[in-house]
Design a protein around this ligand. Structure first.
Ligand code: FAD
Length: 443
């Protein structure tokens, strides 16, 4: 190293050829194979400040890595400097104030574990090896969201290192424009070195229920499932998955199990009036078990491709398009209900968009052989394109390779203008552009 970067930081700096370099540059999606010039394993906020300063002084592109789950791998800059926040993974909980201080590189599992040790929780996503960083900055959907709001709705403050190397705290009282933008605007505005979350009492009991139908005969049952979602209590998040030739209609319940069992029985009866399911799968979980239930199926080292949509209503035509599954190599599908506390927050209160969503749709493909890349990606694109006319937007954290057009689907024009104005204040040179990018507004 010729540069003095290692001398400027406490954490290790990795370069091509170093022992841990290849593992440090690999992320969840095995399609991403990029080679940063430097990987700075940041040990604290001062290292982040030094890394940002070094990158800007040397004109290096900056990637910010937390959990590494970003589907397009923006965290890993080819030839640039990767700010690797994983060594900053600590979570400390104050059970009296019900607050958690979470370092910028923490994974969801660390947050859930630390909070549940005190009978507390806040909204986090459904796979424990996802990063708090990327998830929260884009919004943060999870099984508690209909009761407690999105992850970003539970942030009290952010500590942020800006492009100029300043360390700021953004909250409802300080840098309020930045506080607004960080709740849904993604990694555009700086490196978040600490999230302060509100926690809530959460006894930690959950139930999941699935009623399985063959895709060819699921249309009416899916319509009934959609209609029943309209009266669901906030403890219930209605879910549907489609894998191969089977649709699983159901819900996840976090709350009092006897109420949950009653709701599940009502859903089962409502569906059975339409058609008997092929199978019923009803499971009880601890909250922490629920939060890890998909960890293996969503393991690292698969090649992946995603397409997302928001549906503000699930029209009959959309259900028919979802169940049109006669092509080859189709992605698996998941639908997850929004509403409840997500919709209690006014749209203009945060950068996050899509609070009127009824269901979030993700089409997800995974495979191992690079020879299948084109086939798999094309099949997922075609399938998702068939649903686009029913879509009301897209969750920024499920956006893949749609570029500027995707960002325009994720935010309204008014939100984009406001985000661009905040970007112009905190990152006028667009140092943080490896993300679903908000360009700074001119002047
Ligand atoms: C298996 C899996 C399950 C998921 N489940 C859910 C879910 O239940 N709910 C949900 O809402 N989303 C979910 N997602 C989507 C997820 O929110 C996004 O993929 C998110 O970007 C992942 O964040 P990360 O920190 O793991 O990824 P990274 O790739 O490390 O980061 C993604 C981007 O976020 C930004 N970023 C990350 N950390 C920081 C930081 N500290 N400061 C500034 N910028 C930062 C950077 O721009 C970075 O490029 C899931 C994704 C996967 C792969």
């Amino acid at each position: 190293m010729t540069t003095g970067l290692q001398e400027a930081v406490l954490g290790r700096v990795l370069e091509p050829g170093d022992d841990d370099y290849d593992s440090a540059r690999s992320v969840w999606n095995a399609m991403i194979d990029r080679r940063p010039r430097y990987i700075v394993r940041c040990s604290g906020t001062a290292d982040v400040v030094a890394a940002v300063g070094f990158a800007t002084d040397h004109g290096l592109e900056v990637g910010i890595r937390c959990g590494g789950h970003g589907i397009v791998g923006h965290a890993v800059p080819d030839g640039g400097l990767m700010i690797d926040l994983r060594p900053m993974g600590e979570v400390s909980v104050d059970p009296h104030t019900r607050r958690a201080r979470v370092q910028g590189g923490a994974l969801l599992g660390a947050l859930d574990d630390a909070a549940q040790a005190h009978g507390l929780a806040t909204t986090a996503g459904n796979v424990s090896h996802t990063g708090v960083g990327g998830l929260t900055l884009g919004g943060g959907m999870g099984w508690l969201a209909r009761r407690r709001g999105l992850a970003c709705d539970n942030v009290i403050s952010f500590e942020v290192v800006t492009a100029a190397g300043d360390t700021l705290r953004a909250s409802a009282d300080s840098h309020t424009d930045l506080f607004w933008a960080l709740r849904g605007g993604g990694g555009n505005f700086g490196v978040v070195t600490e999230f302060e979350f509100a926690l809530h009492p959460e006894p930690g009991l959950a139930i999941s229920a699935e009623f399985h139908y063959p895709v060819a005969a699921a249309h009416d049952a899916m319509r009934r499932w959609r209609d029943l979602n309209g009266t669901a209590p906030r403890e219930a998040t209605y879910t549907a998955t489609i894998a191969d030739a089977t649709v699983a209609l159901g819900l996840v319940w976090v709350g009092d199990p006897s109420d949950g069992n009653a709701r599940i029985a009502a859903l089962g009866d409502g569906l059975a009036e339409i058609a008997e399911p092929q199978a019923r799968v009803i499971e009880s979980w601890s909250y922490l078990g629920l939060q890890r239930r998909e960890d293996d199926i969503e393991a690292h080292a698969w090649r992946r491709y995603w397409k997302g949509h928001y549906f503000s209503e699930l029209a009959d035509g959309a259900i028919d398009a979802l169940l049109a599954r006669d092509a080859e190599d189709l992605p698996n599908v998941s639908l997850q209900a929004y509403g409840g506390a997500i919709a209690d927050v006014a749209d203009e209160e945060t950068a996050f968009s899509g609070r009127d969503t009824a269901f979030e749709f993700v089409a997800a493909s995974r495979w191992q052989d690079a020879a299948e890349d084109d086939r798999r990606v094309s099949a997922a694109r075609r399938y998702a394109a068939g649903l686009e006319r029913y879509a009301s937007g897209v969750y920024v954290n499920t956006l893949a390779d749609e570029g500027v057009a995707g960002v325009r689907r994720a935010y309204s024009d008014a939100k984009l203008a406001r985000l661009a104005a905040v970007k112009a204040v905190y990152d006028p040179g667009n140092v943080f552009h490896l993300n679903q990018n908000i360009r700074p507004s001119a002047g």
